[in-house]
Design a protein around this ligand. Sequence first.
Ligand SMILES: [Zn+2]
Length: 212
Amino acid sequence: MDRRFHDHPAVTLGAAIADYFGCDRECRRSRPRLGSCDMKPRQYRYVGPDEIRKRVTAEPHRTPVKSLGDLRAWLAAAEPNPRRRDYVPATFIVDLSRQLWIADRRSEHVACAAGEDVLSAGELVFCQSGSVIEIIEATNQSTGFCPEPESWDVVATVLEETGIPHPNGFTTAFQFRRCDACGSTNLIKDEVFECSVCGAQLSRAWNYASAE
Ligand SMILES: [Zn+2]
């Protein structure tokens, strides 16, 4: 358990003011006990097989997206036929400096992250119609990093800064849990907290080791 969110040493004036005035909806939803926008988001470390990390991080094929223009250029290269740009999925990560990186959807997230820790990871689906580009689907589906649904807050901030139209949250949000008995990563379905490999009870709280 990451203690930062639960044993916050002091509520800063800025946080208190933000809390008093309602902060923003996303922030209150994800950190309801504190309601502060000032806290650092959780850092996720790669938790997948080490052989994949070693294999794919030597020469990562990934593109930084700092603007809508960057995305437009990536889309043109990824899908040369403009008529097929109505549904272009991609792997994404947000690095620790809040930079968005995208890669071909078949890419491993750890490759897209160049082996580094991330603030979020998952899949984005882009749609281009004429000159209009938007994100029509977004998920936190990354078994390499197992990010929480709450990591959307960082994704939303980054997308706002880059000016890319996007949904109001992950269109599909996944809950990952590590089995304490056998070490498997489980995707929680229908609120069933039971390991699909060994049947053990799974933690109700996100239970991977944070990167710091
Ligand atoms: Zn298990």
